[in-house]
Design a protein around this ligand. Structure first.
Ligand code: ATP
Ligand code: FE
Ligand code: MG
Length: 339
């Protein structure tokens, strides 16, 4: 079946089209430039941008896939979690397409979609697998017996998300928003051993994360440098901060695989685009005999293809479609794959 997926949980208006595990189109519009000068996503601005972009992005996706509305077998949409007003635009549009085309609607969980997207690159997901989702809004370790029906939370951040820490540290270093890619780039010129920054919850025996202490430690270190009148070694700070984050992330992800006897680890979400995270995860998975799957960076950040990928999985698994009166649920828990 041909599934069209719509994503509007944050600043990206994404529309993807997939058939089975084959990606046919992945069209996207982002309002990030409009938010950058505020140093964060402004919800009202994002909602209006989704409204303006929706129809053109759907049309671009259909053209890219070389299909017509009549060819679409099902509509999937991110129903949560995310920004309430932003989600609402996508959910309303998806309902309209579903009703207008007479095709089933699947309201899906954004985090489960970040997991399902990997199937477009690496084929069927092993059952079970452990998934680590690290983005601007989330840092979670999940046990995934079956992404269509059952996702179990093992732990998550108790304060800042990993991407949020990247963005805040970037601001301290005077790098543009969103800061993750800039830290990644700056870190390549620096030493990860230059400064030792704290590793939150490193050995606490849980699968939870904490990044706010690290963020504060970096800010204090930089302030002290500035007070002393010495230049701030941006590349070394970036590399040392990044090392702290990826050391904790990879350590806990592998511990989760071990504890649950799982041999396949998937990493997704925007921070999975980080080059050091990808390298260290590969190194540690090789040493532990765990197979690592990380989608290409474009599929790691928010997009419509991931929603279509999960929709396609739901259709294949025979999961019942959603009712046309589903809400947008800004705090949809990860345990709810569909709504
Ligand atoms: P959600 O949390 O709901 O999934 P989001 O918009 O934050 O929403 P993504 O688009 O998946 O989700 O991720 C964006 C985040 O990823 C930002 O915090 C950004 O700084 C971070 N990021 C992107 N590329 C990199 C990179 N190379 N290294 C580190 N962080 C990165
Ligand atoms: Fe996301
Ligand atoms: Mg985003």
């Amino acid at each position: 079946p041909l599934v069209l997926g719509i994503e509007t949980s944050c600043d990206e208006t994404g529309v993807g089209i997939v058939r089975g595990h084959t990606l046919l189109a992945d069209a996207i519009a982002s309002s990030m430039e409009e938010h950058a000068r505020f140093g964060g996503v402004v919800p009202e601005v994002a909602s209006r941008a989704h409204l303006e972009a929706m129809t053109p992005v759907v049309e671009r996706a259909l053209a890219e896939a070389g299909v017509k509305f009549a060819d679409v077998d099902a509509i999937a949409v991110t129903a949560g979690p995310g920004l309430a007003g932003a989600l609402l635009v996508g959910v309303a549009a998806a309902k309209a397409y579903s009703l207008g085309l007479g095709k089933p609607l699947y309201g899906v969980n954004h985090l489960a979609a970040h997991v399902a997207v990997d199937q477009l690159e690496h084929g069927a997901l092993p059952k079970p697998c452990v998934a680590m989702l690290v983005s601007g809004g989330h840092s979670s370790l999940l046990l995934v017996p079956d992404v269509a029906t059952s996702v179990i939370s093992l732990g998550s951040t108790v304060d800042d998300a990993a991407g949020e820490a990247f963005d805040k540290v970037a601001r301290v270093l005077g790098l543009p928003f969103p800061g993750g890619p800039h830290i990644d780039r700056a870190a390549r010129e620096g030493s990860p051993e230059a400064i030792f920054f704290p590793r939150g919850k490193y050995d606490d025996g849980t699968f939870d994360f904490s990044f706010s202490g690290l963020k504060t430690a970096v800010a204090r270190w930089v302030e002290a440098r500035e007070r002393s009148g010495e230049p701030v070694p941006v590349a070394d700070v970036a590399a040392s901060f990044q090392e702290s984050v990826v050391d904790v992330l990879t350590r806990k992800a592998i511990a989760a695989c071990r504890e649950h006897g799982v041999k396949d680890l998937l990493i997704g979400g925007g921070v999975a685009a980080n080059s050091r995270l990808r390298a260290l995860a590969q190194e540690r998975c090789d040493a532990a005999g765990i197979r690592l799957r990380v989608p290409r960076p474009k599929l790691c950040t928010d997009n419509g293809a991931m929603v279509a990928a999960l929709g396609s999985e739901l259709v294949a698994a025979g999961v019942a479609p959603s009712h046309l009166d589903i809400p947008a649920d800004s705090s949809l828990p990860i345990t709810a794959v569909t709504l």
